[in-house]
Design a binder for this molecule. Structure first.
Ligand SMILES: [Ca+2]
Length: 415
């Protein structure tokens, strides 16, 4: 279950309808490397964790709509709409503290999970309910890197064979998604955020328990098979997302299916790691990035919550994908509410009301960004000549209003 927020969050405009001044502007243009398992090492440190040698138009569903309380003001889930109407759901992860890493007594661990250290995440954030799918990748990037693979291909399958650079470097998925949504808040999770979310309040090896009655390799295991895809049950392929049970936070495939790239560069262990949940990108091996959760091809022991591996930043791998994270605003956010649209003289009057709109709002017409609007004042504002030109009399257009802090709403207008 998702914990309730206890922090008191204060926002201006929460209890009153704050109006956005809409100032018409000039129209703005809209915007395989081998999968190598960690090598076993001696003793209880089972693996090195080093992977491989180098070779729209829909409103946010229920999003942020609870504005009457200062607690738990963020929606438990948000749904973002990608080009073509493809959606992606992110789950609210509550703030909290946890012990990151694995104790010496944990079966199947390796030394890269040392030392166990306290991490405190002071703010909530959102994390993808599933790994990013091929449909979602296709919607944002315009192509499917997996289409020619003989396995694991389909719109509901997680996208794989994308390098960290393909995801998070300039021109990658994250950047293009942010551009499309008119924001900067979507990103990869940090390694600490990922483990915190995978554990979901648990301290056992897996979020479903220690699973000590099964072996840690590829043997049949009734319990684990309810929750994850790994070498025992996946055949020779990743599987459609959300086809196993979720964890206590409502996240799917955190154990297995695909290993998931996170923001952090590779450090051989946690000595010197930050304790605030931020990504660790200084020092270490800057040519490699961390992945978490292991994959359909991996042993059960690598699917543990604490397991960590790394891979070359610029090389794709058929075992690796990712899921998206998103900053939650420090204040509650709400979709803008269009209170009024009517034809008057001058022709159009649009009044946008909502809360926490200090970052302004972006207006899209038929999917193309038309203008950005800045917070101006309370009250009604008229769109005159520009909107008249954008929506000629006798036509009908789809209008999408996006709050960069979260939330959007869509309507269809004509006159
Ligand atoms: Ca996974």
């Amino acid at each position: 279950m998702i914990q309730k927020l206890t922090a008191v969050v204060v926002a201006s405009c929460v209890f009153g309808a704050c109006a956005l001044a809409v100032i018409a502007q000039e129209p703005t243009p809209a915007a395989a490397a081998p999968a190598v398992l960690p090598a076993p090492s001696s003793g209880s440190e089972a693996a090195s964790g080093v992977k491989g040698d180098k070779p729209a138009e829909t409103s946010l569903a229920s999003a942020d709509a609870e504005m009457t309380s200062s607690e738990d003001a963020l929606a438990d889930e948000v749904t973002i709409t990608l080009p073509g109407g493809v959606t992606m759901v992110l789950v609210k992860i509550p703030p909290g503290s946890f012990q990151m890493g694995s104790p010496y007594t944990e079966r199947g661990r390796w030394g890269g999970e040392d030392p166990v250290h306290l991490v405190t995440l002071s703010k909530p954030f959102y994390l993808g309910k599933t790994e990013v799918t091929q449909a979602q990748w296709q919607a944002v990037m315009g192509s499917n890197p997996d289409s020619n693979f003989p396995f694991g291909v389909g719109p509901t399958y997680p996208v794989f064979f994308v390098s960290w650079n393909d995801v998070a470097a300039a021109g990658g998925f994250v950047e293009k998604l942010n551009q499309y949504l008119g924001t900067t808040k979507y990103r990869l999770p940090s390694e600490a955020e990922w483990e915190y979310a995978a554990r979901a309040g648990t301290t056992s090896r897996f979020s479903f328990g220690d699973n000590l009655s099964c072996d840690d390799s590829c043997g049949d295991c009734t319990l684990a098979a309810q929750y994850m895809w790994w070498c025992a049950n996946s055949g020779v392929s990743s599987q459609a997302v959300k086809t196993k049970a979720g964890n206590p936070f409502g996240l799917y495939d955190m154990h297995g299916n695909l290993g998931e790239l996170v923001q952090d560069t590779y450090h051989s262990d946690y000595t010197g790691a930050p304790s605030d949940g931020s990504a660790w990108e200084s020092g270490g091996d800057s040519s490699r990035r961390i992945f978490r959760g292991a994959s359909w091809a991996d042993l059960a022991q690598y699917c543990r919550s604490a397991f960590r591996g790394s891979y070359w930043q610029d090389i794709p791998n058929s075992d690796l994908g990712f899921r998206l994270a998103c900053d939650a605003a420090s204040n509650p956010v709400t979709p803008p509410v269009i209170a009024l649209m009517k034809k008057v003289s001058p022709p159009f009057k649009i009044v946008v009301t909502g809360s926490n709109l200090q970052s302004g709002i972006r207006v899209y017409i038929d999917g193309t960004q038309w203008t950005s609007v800045t917070w101006k004042s309370m009250g009604k504002v008229q769109l005159t000549g520009a909107i008249k030109a954008a929506v000629p009399k006798g036509t009908t257009k789809s209008f999408r209003f996006v709050n960069p802090d979260g939330g959007e709403t869509t309507t269809t207008w004509g006159w």
